[in-house]
Design a binder for this molecule. Sequence first.
Ligand code: TA6
Length: 282
Amino acid sequence: MPAAIETIDFHGQPALRLATASGAQAVVLLLGAQVVSWTPPGGPERLYLSERAAFDGSAAVRGGVPVCFPQFAARGPLPRHGFVRTMPWSVETQRTGTDFALATLRCTDTEATRALWPHRFALELTVAIEESRLDLELEVVNEDDAPFSFTAALHTYLKVREVEETRIEGLYGLDYEDSTDAGRLHHDSGDVLLIESETDRIYREVARPLLVREYDRSLGINQEGFHDVVVWNPWEERCAALADMPDRGFRHMLCVEAAAVHAPIELEAGLNWWGRQTLVAL
Ligand code: TA6
């Protein structure tokens, strides 16, 4: 089968399914430009999607890769993680080649967004699959006539077999803000990060690729443009408090997010910024 892109219905929402000749697949919702599935050739699924996720647009879909913009988390006056994850995006480009499939989705400011955040902007999310790789690129264009600043993230939910048996390598020597410790700054001095309790960290100035290792497989993660990496697992209590997560869901997910948080991006009028996260199944 050659590479192809088709429009599908995914839990009642319009979505694109990208597929390559070698058998990779990804699904991206037009709602929030949220990638909700990525399967490298031969499988299995590598993104976590909660079986209790709401797909009616009343809340962000729990899982996949939510796009957070123009505010990360509750670090400002806007709704948590901004407002574009529950907005409808449009399909701008679809392209397939010998063994890749690529789609670009776009959203722009509306009267409702300007009431919350008085700026004109255009966002494009490009999703590309090729062999065992998923590339996500977020472009922000300042269409205003004055500068604006924003924080943003690709809030990637990885699917893991068992979170306590998962190790993250590559964070050694970095400073991180610990949201479970009132945002205090800590220094990571361990070779690997093990997730054994609630974890909510914003690692700063991450310049090296990361490796997420499980006993029988790994995932390489690289980013450009984004300076921070957020690592999040709600653990038992917080997970149980999330209406759209099953109680044991935290055992099978791990968020490793490409983010621009600790130093907001300042964007001059008419200019653009982009950030990319790449996942490679190993
Ligand atoms: O990225 C980590 C985080 O900011 C956590 O603090 C956690 O609350 C999570 O995002 C999920 O946020 P949400 O608004 O999707 O429930």
